[in-house]
Design a protein around this ligand. Structure first.
Ligand code: FEO
Ligand code: CA
Ligand code: CA
Length: 701
């Protein structure tokens, strides 16, 4: 981060807009790479030939029987039989979108598909329905779709079974990860790349601009309905809701009431305000939405000479907060709380514990507009990318997985103490249980290490005093027990037909020492890892893993470390080359949807140039075939993907179009993207894209 000051405006440049990183060296590395990943995979595949039962030939207990007793298990139903693998990808792969192409600043989908844009940033959904204008206030923003769409789910208006419920009427629920003030306020024309806050004379920020930015964060819940010609539209509805960086939330689970989360706002440590940097998401087996808090640490500052480990390990720094909200001119409590120093400017109040109230998974009931969102602390505190639930099995614990997206951080699994019962299941299942962290052994086996106070070094010897302490300091606990540092774990997905778990590892340019699960030094393009739990049981403490994809180019660079390879060790092609896999979802037929997020400082440049704009791909988990399905406009990432239950409509998000526009370009009135409005008076806007197949078939088929 750097701060440049001119006469009366300070521009704070935090670098890459959406991915501030904590660069920590690995706490442990493997002595050597025992064998090439893809070679080992070939051995495994050759010995089994039962890929339909999972890559290790293991079926998922209670999931693939077609029985109705497994509650919400999305087993193939009579109306949606899983197609044979060869039929999974039925579309023609499209080419990369290069800056030199005429389609560089638009959406491209395969022949036979169509799309339209829905719910752009600023679309009014509640209250007085204020129209989107360049002069919208902070209050207006609280009644409009937020900025920078990310994880997203379509909840049919009734019926929670993935194969039932309406495919024409439902709630679209989406996260808003971060904001770009330069696109929000006229006064911010000379903003540096990506983000940052602009200070006025006297070193303060305009209070309403701060409020607008806080209200552009969080989650949007909006009812949408399909009209004629596949045109979906926003509906005024009592369920429409904005959850923001100020919305009151309950703290639940083992950290509730602990000394770590007692604040001026909630002296008994049971409440907090707002959710921030909501990246990926999850959907519980009881049909609620989980929003992840990812790069929340940068929103806070702590100027003390000595900062607690629950701040430092996550990157709460002594500099200015990401958007300098703590300098709001009004000096009101809800803004200056972003200064978590015990001494200094805000020392008349004590906000030291405010950062401890962030870094959690937040549960939201989209069908109850009066419900209070709940931070589920038993799932751990880190840069949660998202959460993915294993199919629920009646009478068994609930299991979910979550990655910590920062360099050399970890992948986690939570197993509930109490068993799932479809009739009574609720979020309280997430308040007690065991949090595990993954250790990937070089021989293709893996083990889940429990993060339980008093065990495996999580004791006073390492300054752990309680389970709340272990959870507030999840990263440190994972290091102590010997978890495997990964190349930035992003989204996870579970194959609903065999239980295999996949995680994207987006990139790690700083890796110098490899291990079998992270086999590249300077891993610029990332990879996808997958595993099968022992005996197909998601509560198991051991697993076997493999690498599904090494992302990369199709040989253009001539550098083996940058070359992409598929499941079979074959080079990626023009149809499949990609970099920085991030968003991930496996549909009900087991199509793997992969979305990319090449950072704005890298995309369309140097070795990333031939790969083009960020895009979305579909893959066949058995054959490893990958085809590019969609390319997005300039400067953005593609993120968030879900279909309607009938799989005839797909929703994806385009986040931060135009982010590659330089400060000088924006100041002169030029933006590298004007998507989707293509109007010189409207800044580029994040938005949802609705996609369908013209013949009415399943998307991807
Ligand atoms: Fe917000 Fe890790 O992507
Ligand atoms: Ca992401
Ligand atoms: Ca990302």
């Amino acid at each position: 981060m750097s701060i440049e000051t001119n006469t009366n405006i300070t521009v704070i440049d935090h670098g890459e807009g959406d991915e501030p990183q904590v660069n920590l060296s690995p706490n442990r590395t493997f002595a050597s790479v025992l064998e090439a990943r893809l070679e080992r995979r070939s051995v495994l595949k050759g010995s089994m030939g039962a890929a339909a039962l999972g890559f290790l030939g293991v079926g998922l207990a209670g999931c693939n029987s077609g029985s109705s007793s497994s509650g919400s298990s999305p087993a193939p139903g009579p109306t949606n039989p899983a197609p044979t693998p060869a039929a999974l990808l039925g579309f023609e792969a499209i080419k990369p979108a290069l800056l030199t192409d005429s389609n560089a600043d638009t959406i491209t989908v395969p022949p036979g598909y169509s799309y339209h844009v829905l719910t752009p940033w600023g679309e009014p959904i509640t209250g007085t329905y204020p129209a989107f204008t360049s002069t919208n206030t902070g209050q207006d923003q609280a009644e409009q779709i937020g900025m920078h769409h990310d994880g997203m789910h379509f909840f049919p208006i009734e019926g929670q079974d993935p194969y039932e419920g309406s495919s024409e009427d439902g709630l679209l629920v989406m996260n808003h990860e971060y904001v770009e003030p330069r696109f929000m306020h006229e006064s911010h024309r000379n903003q540096a790349l990506g983000s940052g806050g602009v200070l006025q004379a006297g070193g303060v920020r305009n209070t309403d601009e701060v409020l607008k930015e806080i209200n552009a964060h969080g989650v949007s819940i909006v009812r949408i309905r399909k009209g004629v010609n596949n045109e979906w539209q926003v509906q005024p509805d009592r369920l429409n809701r904005r959850i923001t960086g100020q919305t009151p939330m309950e703290i639940q689970g083992p950290v509730r009431g602990s000394a770590f989360v007692r604040t001026k706002y909630s002296p008994n440590g049971t409440m907090t305000r707002g959710t921030l940097n909501n990246c990926g998401h999850g959907v519980t087996p009881w049909n609620t939405y989980m929003a992840a808090e990812e790069n929340w640490a940068g929103y806070f500052r702590n100027g003390d000479s000595t900062r607690p480990r629950e701040h430092t390990r996550y990157g709460v720094s002594s500099g200015t907060g990401r958007y300098a909200w703590e300098r709001a001119a009004s000096g009101e409590d809800q803004y200056i709380r972003f200064d978590a120093s015990a001494t200094g400017a805000s020392a008349t109040e004590d906000y030291r514990n405010e950062p401890n109230c962030f870094g959690w998974m937040v549960e939201i009931d989209p069908f109850d507009p009066t419900s209070t969102p709940k931070k589920r602390t038993a799932l751990g505190r880190f840069a949660h990318e998202g959460v993915i639930f294993a199919p629920a099995v009646e009478g068994k614990p609930v299991v979910c997985y979550s990655g910590d997206d920062s360099t050399n951080q970890f992948i986690y699994k939570f197993v509930s103490r109490n068993n799932y019962n479809k009739a009574t299941a609720s979020g309280t299942l997430l308040d007690s249980g065991t949090l595990y962290v993954a250790k990937f052994n070089d021989d293709g086996t893996g083990v889940w290490l429990p993060l339980v106070y008093g065990r495996n070094g999580l004791t006073e010897a390492n300054e752990f005093t309680s389970q709340a302490d272990v959870l507030v300091n999840t990263r440190l606990a994972a290091s102590v027990v010997g978890a495997t540092p990964m190349d930035r774990p992003e989204w996870g997905a579970v194959d609903p037909n065999n239980g295999d778990v996949y995680f994207t590892l987006t990139n790690n340019g700083g890796r110098t020492v490899t291990d079998a699960a992270n086999p590249r030094t300077q891993n610029l393009h990332g990879h996808i890892i997958r595993w099968a739990e022992a005996d197909g049981d998601h509560t198991a403490t051991t697993f076997q893993w493999d690498i599904f994809l090494m992302a990369g180019d199709a040989g253009q660079s001539g550098d083996p470390n940058l070359a992409g390879k598929d499941l079979n060790g074959e080079p990626l092609t023009e149809a499949s080359m990609m970099s920085s896999p991030d968003g991930l979802w496996i549909d009900y037929d087991s199509r793997i949807w992969i979305q990319t997020d090449i950072g704005e400082s890298s995309q369309n440049r140097n070795s990333f140039e031939p790969i083009g704009n960020n895009a979305m791909f579909a893959a066949n988990p058995e054959t490893g075939e990958i085809r590019r399905f969609l390319t997005g406009p300039v400067g953005q990432e593609i993120t968030g993907v879900i279909t309607t239950p009938d799989q005839r409509t797909m929703f994806i998000n385009v986040q931060h179009p135009g982010a590659t526009t330089t400060a000088a370009e924006w100041e002169s009135g030029f933006s590298r993207s004007r998507w989707p409005d293509q109007d010189q008076n409207i800044p580029p806007r994040s938005a949802t894209v609705v996609i369908w197949k013209n013949d009415g078939g399943k998307v991807g088929s």
